[in-house]
Design a protein around this ligand. Structure first.
Ligand code: AMP
Length: 282
């Protein structure tokens, strides 16, 4: 049954609503997103809906986590469709602050998770994780969640948020859900909208590489260098794909070796990431 979803743009209003929920003894779930919602996002929303009495979903394309040469302006936005989907899912509040509401002039405070934020994804996107840690802290302070929901799709973000909540004694349970994929295996991503038909086909090589590593792991291969080599070979066979990194790392520290296969690559002009915890079905 559809109910109304309350759209909130103001942080004081969001805090007031969350405060009311808390005072009434309701548990609060928060799903942070950048909108352009797909089934990956909705899997988080549904879990939050199942586990929490009140659910807030934030939709905010966070300029702080985009580099100057990245796709902040082009990032797909469709607020009306997002609100329609959130209404269907029975979400209580959609929190849609404007950039000026989140970062008024003079707001210079940043949250950093040292070391982890400089590895792999952080090395390729300087400042990205500082932007993520800062906005997630602000969203927590606005929506006051008991639980916050994140996708395994962004594995390093998950490690970073888990570390941050622990290090800063944030009273929020971090819930992580598996990557939702299209039937051909490609991980759902708002950025898939950028791909041409040929690029979309080429993008299958990312999950293809993860599958090859997962099969080798299943057959007993534990040598990170050889697992990595197998993935690199799969990507190298696809001319439209240019890898940024391919590694097998510890899922908490992102140091090598480990059992989490992670990769990032450009497919045409679009940068995609994917990962898989080796040993789990794919
Ligand atoms: P984004 O809008 O890309 O910032 O993503 C918002 C949340 O949805 C993050 O926690 C992502 O990890 C998660 N997410 C994005 N894509 C997927 C996917 N294919 N499967 C599961 N979760 C996802």
């Amino acid at each position: 049954m559809e109910t109304g979803v309350q759209a909130v743009a103001n942080k004081a209003e969001m805090q007031g609503i969350a405060e009311g929920w808390r005072r009434a003894g309701h548990s609060v779930g928060l799903v942070p997103t950048m909108g352009s919602l797909h089934e990956g996002h909705l899997s988080l929303v549904r879990r939050a809906r199942a586990q929490c009495e009140r659910v807030a979903v934030s939709v905010f394309v966070n300029p702080l986590q985009f580099g100057p040469a990245e796709d902040f302006d082009a990032y797909p936005r469709d607020e009306e469709r997002d609100l329609m989907l959130l209404r269907k899912e029975g979400v209580d509040v959609a929190y849609l602050p404007a950039v000026g509401e989140m970062y008024p002039p003079g707001a210079t405070t940043r949250v950093r998770v040292h070391s982890l934020d400089e590895k792999l994804e952080g090395a390729h996107r300087p400042g990205h994780f500082e932007g993520v840690a800062t906005i997630v802290t602000k969203l927590f302070n606005a929506a006051r969640p008991n639980r916050a929901y994140f996708g395994q799709k962004d594995a390093q973000q998950v490690a970073l948020i888990a570390r941050m909540t622990r290090d800063l004694d944030m009273d929020v349970e971090v819930v992580v859900l598996p990557t939702v994929r299209d039937p051909d295996g490609v991980a759902l991503s708002s950025r898939n909208a950028y791909l041409t038909e040929d690029e979309r086909r080429a993008a299958r090589s990312l999950v293809g590489a993860l599958r090859v590593a997962n099969e080798a792991f299943g057959e007993g291969e534990r040598d990170a260098t050889r697992l990595r080599r197998r993935m690199v070979d799969v990507l190298a066979a696809e001319p439209l794909v240019r890898p940024d990194y391919v590694e097998v790392v510890d899922p908490a520290t992102f140091d090598s070796p480990g059992t989490l296969a992670v990769l990032a690559a450009r497919v045409g002009r679009t940068r995609l990431i994917d990962n898989h915890p080796l040993g789990q079905p794919l």
